[in-house]
Design a binder for this molecule. Structure first.
Ligand code: SF4
Length: 431
């Protein structure tokens, strides 16, 4: 039988979360003696250009509410685990814990903080001979609470409970998920089979459009979704941001394997009506018709240079690279055609004919274009991911008069874009 899903408007802490948990019977299989693991979404941390937290991170406020509920229930063995993307040296999970107030939660409530990137792992084989390495705390707990954020995503349309589990993987498995052969959504849709979340809570105090990292648009939404059925919670979240379940590939993979319905009418939705909360959010970034850059290139009349659209092989470490190279190309444009340069990233793009130089950003794309006869002159930027300064230098070497300060200015603007905006309260991200 399909499990209930609750939809509750967030009005205050901790009552709204309590209502959400009770309505969907979220703790019905919980025992006070259980080892509980909470997996929030703390995707990455950046101290140079802080990521505006709204819709990006699970709110610390709700994590604290959840800890209080668990303590009231009698649970004392509570761990919080995450494996944030390390965009820069020493800027991983521990920096995110520090920056988002988790050290205070640790002291106040005696919870244990675990960095999955440093954990031992277990290997799980899926789909014949492919394997995923998962942090052992994520599979050894008794009651796994999956606590994603309500967001759309530039590669997977939505990033909810199923996608949040990617943070339980070791780095090499995170990268494996972006392999060009089986595809991102097929790969990560299997993590749930090994982690087996007991309860999924979607934090929709803020919702994010076109996540993730620095670049999405956040909205104050004030909604909480809960279910012991991860697919039911995800389908509800997706519907609220405008996507029927049949449009989400990773939902389909999971539902097919487990013979589950993708029709929300088959689920027991409790609390508020979905219809009262639907707010369609875009997930995709538009590109020019000839795939030479974001659509602003066409509007501004930028020609010569080509930056094909990122694809789902681009893993999180390299994910800032396309925006960076786009902004740098924009900075080089002074109203005249730019040099004929093609700039590639990810793991599978192939250089096209007609360009004098081809800039290959990162180890994967260098390998993917080995022997490509369309390349007249390759400028290879090694690294996994390549550094910002190397990317800028390579573009200069290709003849583009880029200005790195334009990129830094853009990043600063992204960090500060909600400052002073009503409803965007940073207190939600401290304890
Ligand atoms: S080079 Fe980039 S795309 Fe390739 S594995 Fe490293 S971070 Fe991922």
């Amino acid at each position: 039988m399909n499990q209930p899903v609750s939809i509750v408007t967030y009005t205050q802490s901790p009552d709204s979360l309590k209502q959400c948990v009770e309505l969907c019977e979220g703790f019905k299989n919980l025992r006070p003696s259980d080892r509980v693991l909470i997996k929030p979404n703390l995707v990455a941390w950046d101290d140079q250009f802080p990521i505006a937290p709204f819709g990006v991170y699970t709110t610390t406020r709700l994590v604290e509410d959840l800890i209080l509920l668990l303590k009231d229930f009698g649970c004392s063995r509570i761990t919080i685990g995450e494996g944030s993307v390390q965009l820069k040296k020493d800027m991983g999970t521990l920096a995110a814990y520090e920056g988002l107030g988790y050290r205070t939660l640790e002291k106040k409530y005696g919870v244990t903080l675990v960095d999955f990137n440093q954990s031992k792992s277990r290997e799980f084989v899926y789909h014949e001979d492919q394997s995923l390495h998962i942090a052992e705390e994520a599979v050894d707990c008794d009651f796994f609470i999956n606590f994603p954020v309500l967001k759309t995503h530039g590669q997977t349309k939505v990033s909810l409970g199923l996608k949040n589990l990617k943070g339980c993987l070791k780095l090499k498995s995170k990268r494996h998920c972006h392999n060009p052969e089986s595809g991102l959504e097929f790969s990560f849709s299997h993590i749930v089979d090994f982690v087996k979340p007991a309860f999924t809570l979607i934090d929709g105090i803020y919702a994010l459009e076109k996540g993730a990292l620095h670049f999405g648009n956040a909205f104050r939404k004030n909604i909480l979704i809960g279910s012991t059925d991860i697919l039911a919670a995800d389908m509800t979240g997706a519907r609220i941001v405008g996507y029927p379940a049949e449009e989400i590939e990773h939902f389909k993979y999971f539902a097919n394997r487990h013979d589950k319905s993708l029709d929300l009418a088959d689920y027991d939705i409790r609390g508020e009506s979905i219809d009262n909360h639907i707010q369609p959010l875009k997930w995709d970034w538009n590109w020019t018709r000839d795939n030479t850059g974001p659509d602003i290139f066409e509007k501004l009349g930028i020609t010569g240079v080509a930056l094909p659209k990122y694809d789902d092989t681009l893993c999180s470490g390299c994910s800032p690279i396309p925006i960076m190279s786009n902004i740098l190309a924009l900075s080089a444009f002074k109203g005249k055609p730019l040099p004929k340069v093609e700039i590639l990233n990810g793991k599978k793009m192939q250089a096209r004919p007609g360009y004098d130089k081809t800039v290959l950003l990162g180890n994967c794309i260098i390998k993917a274009n080995k022997g490509n006869e369309n390349i007249r002159e390759a400028i290879k930027v090694k690294g996994c991911p390549p550094s910002e300064s190397d990317v800028a230098e390579a573009m200069k070497a290709a003849g583009l008069a880029v200005n790195i300060d334009a990129y830094y200015g853009y990043m600063k603007q992204q960090s500060e874009k909600y400052d002073g905006k009503e409803g965007f309260d940073r207190e939600f991200f401290s304890a």
